[in-house]
Design a protein around this ligand. Structure first.
Ligand code: PMP
Length: 441
């Protein structure tokens, strides 16, 4: 079943128009859809409406950024009044301090923060901070880990059996054509959840590696989770070896009031943020203990790193971010936890009753239905599972869910505070019908 079977002539025609002015019609490769994307017209709460006028529950929430769904009234009001008063300037604004105070009061590692315009930019600046603090240029990252579009941290995002090498000492593989070898030479790749091999790699590269970065919750859209013992080992080894540990919480911060680090009880040296801290506006953030953030300080002959940017800490993102984050009270997280649990239990029961091979993974508002019998341990297991047959099944399921008026991505169901029990009921009913149809294909 394709999108054409859903009958979307207006989107099809817009896509033809787009192809003349953008390579293959797109600006975002993550938005590529077969045979064409559905174009959005408007949204309200947890519902998004395409140009044909079909509304669907939005379980993507712009790659998890929209934790309050669309058009939250308080955030819209803050953006509107800020746009009328001051959209950006060279003078800092008070919202920046308010958002910084809010983040430092919640996220354990963040005694101080700085702001950027995207998660990618936060990662770039975090790596500079790690280098400046440690005095060592190389970084270590997890095989298969995603950290945005910086060529250094894109290394080994999607290697394959022909180039990934030994599983206990993975190769550094360029993600983008034309990446200089000198870039991948600066990256040491770690096998997720393999404690012995990772310890060995870190120890044998301790003279050169000064920074270790990972997402503490997820590898590639919820498919693989770092084990707590693996994270504890990383905390211990990096401290012992003089390496800066960065948790990339661009995605995972929405797991709890204190982020994934608060939930897991492991505090990194630096934390990269983005998505939810902008209230739906573009943003990035870097936080850390004062000692690590001192590389940006002007005192004592500094700064070691200069960081600025035309739209950095712009009042629109700061105001929307502050209002959006303020709405995320402990009670709001309790409600997201509750709705998430209802969804996970419901999806698991439906798939078990239908006799489908599948399991549900998730924490709070981040959930994924995975059509495999057991959780995966690392990127290589994931790559083996993601063969053509599986991807075809995922694609067919995606289209069946669209027909049930559910917008999802690769089996992911990312909730927002705009959702209620009736939206979860609607989702479970559609999920059940879509899964039965998938079984019958
Ligand atoms: N790090 C992680 C863990 C992410 O999930 C993402 C985006 N999905 C990024 C970094 C990059 O953020 P952005 O898209 O805002 O550049």
């Amino acid at each position: 079943m394709s999108i054409d079977a859903l009958i979307a002539p207006k989107s099809a025609s817009l896509f033809e128009q787009a192809k003349h002015v953008m390579p293959s019609g797109y600006t975002r490769h993550m938005a590529v859809a077969d045979p064409h994307p559905l174009y959005a017209a408007k949204a309200d709460g947890c519902w998004i409406t395409d140009v044909e006028g079909v509304s669907r529950i939005d379980h993507v929430n712009n790659f998890s950024a929209l934790i309050h769904g669309h058009n939250n009234k308080e955030i819209v009001d803050a953006i509107a009044s800020q746009a009328a008063n001051l959209s950006s300037s060279i003078l800092p604004c008070e919202w920046e301090i308010k958002l910084a105070e809010l983040i430092t009061s919640r996220i354990p590692s963040c005694e101080q923060v700085r702001f950027m315009n995207s998660g990618t930019e936060a990662v770039m600046i975090a790596v500079k901070a790690g280098r400046a603090y440690s005095g060592k240029s190389k970084i270590a990252k997890i095989e298969g880990g995603y950290h945005g579009q910086y060529d250094l941290t894109e290394t080994s995002f999607q290697p394959n059996p022909s180039n990934w090498g030994n599983e206990n000492a993975p190769n550094s593989v360029a993600y983008t054509y034309g990446t200089p070898k000198s870039v991948t030479d600066e990256v040491v790749v770690l096998p997720l959840n393999n404690i012995t091999a990772t310890r060995e790699i870190l120890r044998s590269n301790a003279n050169d590696v000064g920074t270790v970065i990972l997402d503490p919750m997820r590898l590639q859209l919820g498919m693989v989770e770092p084990h707590i013992s693996y994270l504890e080992m990383l905390r211990e080894e990096t401290s012992a070896l003089g390496m800066v540990l960065i948790f990339d919480e661009v995605f995972s911060l929405r797991c709890s009031y204190a982020g994934a680090q608060g939930m897991l009880g492991i505090t990194p040296d630096l934390t990269t943020m983005g998505k939810i801290i902008g209230g739906g506006m573009p943003i990035g953030g870097l936080g850390g203990k004062k000692e690590f953030m001192s590389v940006f300080a002007l005192e004592n002959g500094g700064p070691k790193i200069k960081h600025s940017g035309t739209f950095t800490a712009n009042p629109m993102s700061m105001a929307a971010g502050y209002v959006g984050m303020s709405l995320l009270t402990p009670a709001a997280f309790d409600e997201l936890d509750r709705l998430g649990e209802r969804l996970r239990q419901g999806m698991q029961k439906i798939s078990t009753d239908l006799g489908i091979v599948g399991h549900v993974q998730g924490v709070s508002s981040l959930n994924a239905f995975i059509m495999l019998d057991a959780p995966l341990k690392n990127y290589r297991q994931l790559a083996a599972a993601m063969q053509a047959g599986y991807l075809d099944k995922l694609q067919a399921f995606h289209h069946l869910l669209l027909a049930e008026r559910l917008l999802t991505m690769r089996g992911g169901f990312i909730l927002s505070t705009a959702m209620t029990d009736s939206d979860i009921d609607f989702t479970l009913q559609g999920f059940s019908r879509a899964l039965s149809k998938l079984q019958a294909l």
